[in-house]
Design a protein around this ligand. Structure first.
Ligand SMILES: [Zn+2]
Length: 334
């Protein structure tokens, strides 16, 4: 029997996992942080670095009889600022340990410069894929204006793939599931069949596989959607009863949801193939053909989508990248 989202939240609460919905200034709305009433007292994700988020967090912790000062462990699920912006402040107040994927620790610690490098990487990628300079630079300044909602994170408890994080009342197995971001990490309570998944799997929106610099610092452009599909397939095999996402309601039928996501990817891939068959196009032209003006206002997001699906076609040998030294165009191989 599949649980309703309300039942799932109740069941999680009985297991000492409480969803705290913290406001963000972003289009995605509130972010779900999870309080684990355990030893150590643990918070999974923090919300963005804002007074409003801090107030709400304090208030919601207070309703459960805790305060920020009581936190003993903060777990960071991935590198996005809506999830980790308050870490530094929380650690200052509480002295909590910070657990996150070890291979992401350097990225998280170097937040300011890393964000600069990420923006430079994104501009380069946009220009190479046909996005006009003024659009690329406008997006860069938008991204820079968001930086204040982030924070650097000093990871004191680096986690490895498959490692077990043991609290008094539970064991959480750590799995790296890159795709939405290079550092996506999920936490698996096998005994209760609860997966804390953050943005790896979201109920109401697809987890955009945003192209980002590889964690090892190499300059190569990663295949984010390819990585994401591989990650989704692994999660699909898990006997989860409840998946707790980073935004929205709990997922109680992750197999059906993942199948839906995979089917949509197939459809979008075929659509892009059809457009490339008409004539060779840049990723930006493909995005405009699919989304119209959204390809301008959300240029990086839609670019990531197009390139991700084009990667699948390239890997299948149906499409290739033609590089004239300035921009990359996709053309059919047939
Ligand atoms: Zn995210």
């Amino acid at each position: 029997m599949t649980l309703t989202p309300e039942q799932a939240l109740e069941q999680a609460a009985l297991a000492g996992i409480h969803c705290l919905r913290i406001p963000t200034p972003f289009a995605v709305g509130r972010v779900n942080c999870y309080l684990l009433e355990d030893e150590p007292l643990t918070l999974v994700d923090t919300g963005p670095n804002s007074g409003k988020a801090l107030d709400e967090l304090q208030h919601q912790l207070g309703r459960r009889g805790h305060s920020i000062d009581d936190l003993e462990l903060v777990i960071v699920t991935h590198q996005h600022i809506d999830h980790l912006g308050l870490v530094e402040i929380l650690v200052e107040h509480s002295g909590a340990e910070v657990a996150a994927l070890g291979v992401a620790a350097e990225r998280l610690a170097g937040f300011g410069e890393e964000a600069e490098r990420e923006d430079a990487f994104a501009v380069e990628l946009m220009l190479r894929n046909g996005i006009p300079q003024e659009v690329a630079f406008a997006l860069k300044s938008v991204s820079a204006s968001f930086r204040g909602w982030g924070s650097r994170v000093e990871v004191t408890r680096p986690l490895g793939e498959g490692e077990e994080l043991a609290l008094r009342d539970r064991r959480l197995q750590v799995f790296h599931r890159p795709g939405h971001s290079p550092s996506d990490t999920v936490f698996w309570d096998a005994e209760r069949r609860i997966l804390i998944a953050a943005d790896h799997l979201l109920p109401h929106i697809s987890s955009n596989p945003l192209i980002a610099r590889p964690l090892d610092g190499s300059a190569e452009r990663p295949q984010a959607l390819v990585a994401y599909i591989e990650s989704l397939r692994k999660t699909r095999e898990m006997p989860a009863e409840i998946v707790l996402p980073g935004h929205g309601e709990p997922v109680t039928d992750h197999v059906a949801l993942i199948d839906e996501r995979l089917a949509r990817t197939e459809r979008r891939k075929e659509k892009i193939l059809g457009l490339v068959e008409e004539r060779s196009r840049t990723a930006y032209e493909l995005a405009q053909a699919i989304w119209g003006n959204v390809a301008v206002t959300q240029a990086f997001l839609t670019l990531s989508e197009v390139i991700g699906h084009a990667d699948l076609l390239v890997n299948e040998g149906r499409v290739r990248e033609a590089d004239d030294g300035e921009v990359i165009r996709y053309e059919t191989t047939g």
